[in-house]
Design a protein around this ligand. Structure first.
Ligand code: TXA
Ligand code: MG
Length: 315
């Protein structure tokens, strides 16, 4: 198993040696390596079993540093960074040559973000390279939101997990790119569409793509737990699954049944986002055959939560 601790100097040493370190962010834990080293980046893909056509996000300590890696920052992108960085927003921007093609799977844009977690910000400030970091889970599975999640799945393959506790946002960053200068949301995430629109006006949301996705995070079945998830009205689903061992994943309501997880008894979408992935992981260990789940109100982070629930439920 990996060592878990808060030693950013040890993390720096490993990263400078070309090793990988799991890092906390406000969204989910990342599997980080030197983004400027093709060898470290190749290790990220192999450790996660991730296909090389799925590009990685590059993490920087500031907008100033981002300028070393991207060739142009549209005004609207700049406005978004001023308001939301550090924070759960990834921007797709034209990359400079210093970013290896392996990072971007050959695309001419790089996903770049400035994470909002003090430990990882302190680490980034110590490094003279940015960190490529996908979520620290095997490809296709639910993202990790605490160190034990990372250790259970990747602990045999990495040496160190930087312990930043439970991720406060709990759902991956929102990805925004630009088409003919217009902002497009490619992945719903920890920054709400409403918040983005408050800065740049109406945006297009294009999170479902067909056979050749620009971002495989858009694949219909992704972020999926092992147990089957069925979405609908929970009371009706309970009747329809009476012959099975059921788990219940509700937003707010207590159904008074065993193997039930309530995402937010107080009805807060932020709290529900924080608990979503650990709940999906928990069901994988509970004695249930099927998880009956409901969508939550399509507002704020509710949209991103519903996106993940639909993907988790997709065959
Ligand atoms: O919150 C997050 O974004 C976390 C933390 C660790 O920062 N990272 C994360 O990375 O979720 P990952 O690799 O699990 O998901 C990144 C998504 C992928 O679906 C990838 O295809 C997409 O971003 N992506 C990255 N670069 C891209 C690019 N240049 N064009 C289109 N999609 C891109
Ligand atoms: Mg991921």
């Amino acid at each position: 198993m990996a060592e878990i601790g808060k030693d950013i100097l040890f993390a720096r040493q490993l990263l400078e040696n070309g090793d990988l370190v799991a890092i906390p962010t406000e969204t989910v834990y990342g599997l980080a390596g030197n983004a400027l080293s093709a060898t470290s980046v190749a290790k990220i893909f192999s450790t996660k079993n991730r296909p090389q056509f799925d590009p990685l996000i590059v993490h920087v300590p500031s907008l100033e540093k981002a300028k070393d890696y991207v060739s142009e920052i549209p005004d609207l992108a700049k406005a978004l960074t001023e308001k939301f960085w550090p924070g759960p927003l990834t921007l797709l921007l034209k990359k400079k040559n210093i970013i290896p093609d392996l990072v971007t799977s050959g695309l001419d844009t790089v996903g770049i973000r400035c994470p909002d977690h003090s430990l990882t910000r302190d680490l980034l400030a110590l490094l003279d390279f940015p960190l490529a970091a996908p979520s620290a889970n095997p490809f296709g599975y639910v993202s990790p939101t605490e160190p034990s999640h990372v250790n259970e799945q990747l602990g045999e393959k990495i040496k160190y997990i930087l312990d930043g506790g439970v991720c406060p946002v709990g759902i991956e960053s929102t990805i925004v790119g630009f088409e003919n200068g217009k902002p497009v949301v490619y992945r719903l995430g920890g920054l709400s569409v409403e918040d983005i629109e408050s800065v740049v006006g109406k945006v297009q949301v294009q999170t479902h793509s067909t056979s050749n996705p620009k971002a495989p995070g858009q694949l219909k079945s992704h972020y999926a737990p092992t147990k089957k998830v069925v979405l609908g009205k929970i009371d009706q689903l309970i009747d329809a699954h009476s012959s099975k061992r059921i788990g219940i994943l509700s937003f707010q309501k207590d159904f008074g049944l065993p193997n039930q997880i309530i995402l937010s008894p107080a009805g807060s979408v932020e709290e529900a986002a924080q608990h979503l992935f650990s709940a999906l992981r928990a069901f994988d260990k509970l004695p249930v055959d099927v998880v009956l789940a409901e969508l939550i109100p399509e507002q704020g982070l509710g949209r991103a939560i519903n996106d993940r629930l639909r993907r988790a439920a997709s065959e």
